[in-house]
Design a protein around this ligand. Structure first.
Ligand SMILES: Cc1cc2nc3c(=O)[nH]c(=O)nc-3n(C[C@H](O)[C@H](O)[C@H](O)COP(=O)(O)OP(=O)(O)OC[C@H]3O[C@@H](n4cnc5c(N)ncnc54)[C@H](O)[C@@H]3O)c2cc1C
Length: 522
């Protein structure tokens, strides 16, 4: 294939990174993809619920658009949502072309439905193994196309590189030292931040590093206060926080506290079927008053056959961990699930830094507003990934329109001290307790002070130093806390106990950018 232009460096190998790299290849570019663990390790691999696109006979992009806007609590960027919903069917056609084995009946793709979607529009592959199927298919295709793919290779830093794009600094797990790449366009497809929270549905690679690295390079980030929590994941010390789908409550499972009381009854007309954020908050309040960090999901009223036929993955997972859901109540906790915010981009993936792109969960286009419509995130990686790949053929300057409110964040005067891994567990606890499902000025200030203190100790002293995982975690966490402190209202997934209602003055996005003056000693 001819080399017709830039040789982009794609960072991350979830749906967004694999798809961008593949499409760049098909468009005649010569991309390299690097990823910090194995190629398939990503949030994408664990997605169960499905991928949304208006392809049903009774559906239309306009309906999908309306549902997306309704879910987003007044903050959806309408142009981004229009692009997402209009272009989703074509991107699904791409997946079909690549060979993703979507579930069918008599040759027709079957479509499921979930809360807040007004039509059946969720495609599945292998039932609840949708993300796994997509990830495996794209990975295989990428290797078949001969795209250069480097596993266990992490992006550590970006430096200004002039017209061609940033200079990327990489480190290879098996090697010593770092590699400095020549200046070229860089696409961040590094995913979300979920695993920085103590309770999380995300795998350990989801640490928000890409966002921290982009921020240090001067990129605008936005919507960092909007972290989506899923209400029910299995809770057991040492076991993964496996998601227990809403559909189980849809089938009749109910939530009980340790006294066996259905605590959502009387709190919301739909009780256990209330919106995700309402259920997550109700569980959070119960847990605050309880001796345990969990409540119970009670599916014992469902016929055993139906339970196992309808929820095979969940039932088998529970059995493997010693819980028979047809006989016993399931201990559950809410978990951090999806990062709505990230690196601000335009609708072609361009960030505010020349030659630096972001796509997928690492990016913030405004498409989800203040609350993501379920199953819109896999498809987001494809739609904006396609647009970024096309733009990469001629990555002229562009970038996002800055949000109405941009905060200058003072740089940390780091000491570059030794990084202690144990610091990360402190950050995870503090994010969960103080910057989690329910926040207030007091908790946010306390968390921010802690994150800044860790950043001060671990951030490299000079601009040439390379931040490690602790400095990155502290920076990302501080951006979430700072944005959440600034937004003095409750909207979508962001809930402040001291400002429990939405305020018209906050019907706008909030951006954060690195300022020029030091934050210490103020
Ligand atoms: C349990 C679960 C269920 C979900 N269910 C659904 C669903 O049903 N439908 C839906 O639409 N969405 C769902 N989501 C959300 C969705 O899976 C993610 O938003 C989406 O997969 C993100 O894709 P991505 O490519 O942007 O990032 P990811 O898939 O997270 O990939 C990020 C990649 O970047 C790599 N990386 C990170 N930092 C670096 C670095 N410094 N250097 C090199 N590589 C790096 C990681 O190793 C990884 O390969 C679910 C998420 C979870 C966790």
């Amino acid at each position: 294939m001819p080399d017709r232009g830039p040789r982009p460096l794609v960072v991350g190998s979830g749906i967004a990174g694999l798809y961008v790299a593949l499409r760049c290849r098909e468009l005649g570019l010569r991309p390299t993809i690097v990823t910090k663990a194995r190629l398939e390790e990503s949030n994408t691999r664990y997605a169960q619920g499905g991928i949304a696109a208006a392809i049903g006979p009774d559906d239309s992009p306009a309906r999908h658009f309306a549902d997306t806007v309704r879910a987003g609590a007044g903050l959806v960027d309408r142009e981004a949502a229009r692009v997402l919903t209009r272009e989703a069917p074509a991107r699904i056609a791409d997946l079909v072309r690549y060979g993703v084995p979507f579930d069918t009946v008599e040759g027709q793709i079957t479509l499921g439905r979930e809360a807040a979607h007004s039509r059946s529009r969720l495609l599945h592959a292998g039932g609840d193994a949708t993300g796994h199927s997509i990830e495996e298919t794209l990975k295989q295709r990428l290797l078949d196309e001969g795209v250069e793919a480097r596993e266990r290779t992490a992006l550590r830093a970006l430096r200004p590189g002039g017209r061609d794009g940033p200079v990327a600094v990489l480190s290879v797990a098996t090697g010593t030292g770092v590699e400095v790449e020549p200046a070229r366009p860089v696409v961040l497809a590094t995913g979300g931040i979920g695993s920085l929270y103590l309770q999380s549905s995300n795998p350990s690679v989801a640490t928000g590093e890409g966002i921290a690295i982009a921020f240090r390079t001067g990129a605008l980030v936005s919507d960092m206060e909007f972290v989506q929590f899923h209400p029910t994941a299995f809770y057991r010390e040492g076991a993964p926080r496996f998601l227990i789908t809403e559909a189980m409550r849809g089938e009749g499972a109910v939530l009980r506290n340790e006294d066996g009381v259905r605590f959502l009854v009387g709190q919301h007309p739909d009780a256990e079927l209330a919106p995700r954020d309402v259920v997550a908050r109700a569980i959070w309040r119960e847990v605050q008053q309880s001796a345990h960090p969990w409540v119970y999901l009670d599916a014992t009223g469902l016929p055993r056959d139906r339970l196992f036929a309808r929820f095979p993955s969940v039932s088998n997972f529970l059995l493997a961990h010693g819980v028979d859901p047809s006989r016993e109540m399931i201990p559950v906790t809410p978990v951090a699930h999806y990062m709505i915010g990230g690196v601000s981009t335009d609708l072609e993936g361009r960030s505010s830094v020349r030659g630096l792109f972001a796509v997928g969960e690492a990016a913030a286009t405004g498409v989800h507003g203040a609350n993501r419509l379920g199953s819109n995130s896999l498809v987001e990686g494809l739609v904006f990934g396609e647009r970024a790949a096309r733009r990469l053929r001629s990555p002229a300057a562009g970038g996002p329109v800055p949000p109405a409110r941009v905060l200058e964040v003072p740089p940390s005067e780091g000491l570059g001290g030794r990084e202690e891994r144990s610091e990360v567990s402190g950050i995870r606890s503090s994010l969960w307790e103080e910057v989690g499902i329910v926040r207030s000025a007091a908790t946010l200030r306390s968390a921010l002070a802690r994150f800044e203190e860790v950043a001060h100790r671990t951030e490299p002293a000079g601009s040439d130093g390379l931040p490690g995982p602790v400095a990155n975690a502290a920076l990302t966490a501080s951006l979430v806390a700072r944005a959440a402190l600034e937004r003095t209202e409750s909207r979508g997934v962001h809930y402040r106990s001291d400002y429990p209602r939405a305020r018209p003055v906050w019907r706008r996005h909030l951006g954060l950018r690195l300022g020029r003056t030091s934050g210490r000693g103020r």
